[in-house]
Design a protein around this ligand. Structure first.
Ligand SMILES: Nc1ncnc2c1ncn2[C@@H]1O[C@H](COP(=O)(O)OP(=O)(O)OP(=O)(O)O)[C@@H](O)[C@H]1O
Length: 194
């Protein structure tokens, strides 16, 4: 049976770097589609598109039959809006691919559990001190070509996410205030247990 490992965590907890390291080790990474613009050239972890999958459905409002635009979720494992942008992934991105890593928000992780019946789904909640996350957000920005993010900007992003990721229904919690390799080892031991 395939496995999907949902990685959930606020900005700066290390989700993307962890996914990258697991990808380098041979795991399949589900790159979510998004209509948000890349933060910088070559940003890894998403498929950047300019559309959201739409279809039109006839609904009845009062005595009138009207056509309404809805998101076409037919092949999706999750579809969530975050801060005004959409993120989604499709079933073909994990089927027959062994263990897949999926970076997703708390509601998206629940959706995966509801929508996927032909794979084992495990949610790992990554947590990390806010001060450390702020440092990491700045470090990541500085490592890009034109990065000059100010402390208060990073603080704002970290705080906003602290709220968004306040609660997560999960199977495991990992504190990522530790070396990358320790985090990877913990995740791999969870993968073996599933
Ligand atoms: N355990 C760690 N030790 C040292 N540096 C780390 C660790 N985890 C992440 N970092 C660094 O912190 C920065 C942010 O990490 P990353 O981009 O993976 O965060 P993220 O959770 O994906 O954030 P976002 O939700 O904003 O995309 C990167 O530069 C990364 O290298």
């Amino acid at each position: 049976m395939d496995k999907i490992i949902n990685l959930v965590g606020a900005s700066g907890t290390g989700k993307t770097e962890i996914a990258k390291l697991l990808y380098a080790k041979g795991y399949n990474v589900i790159m979510s589609y998004t209509n948000r613009k890349p933060r910088f050239n070559g940003e890894w972890g998403h498929i950047f598109v300019k559309y959201i999958p739409k279809k039109w459905e006839k609904i009845i409002e009062g005595n009138l039959e009207i056509e309404k635009m809805i998101i076409d979720k037919t092949d999706m494992i999750a579809c969530q809006e975050k801060y005004g942008n959409y993120y989604w992934a499709t079933k073909d991105q994990y089927k027959n691919k062994g263990t897949s890593i999926y970076v997703v928000c708390p509601h998206g992780a629940n959706e995966v559990k509801q929508n996927v019946k032909d794979a084992d789904v495990v949610t790992i909640f990554l947590v990390c001190d806010e001060e450390e996350r702020i440092k990491r957000i700045i470090k990541r920005d500085r490592s890009t070509k034109n990065g000059n993010m100010k402390y208060f900007e990073a603080e704002e992003r970290a705080e906003k996410d602290t709220d968004y990721f306040k609660i997560c229904k999960c199977d495991y919690v990992i504190d990522t205030n530790r070396y990358f390799m320790e985090v990877i080892n913990l995740i791999e031991s969870i993968i073996k247990e599933v």
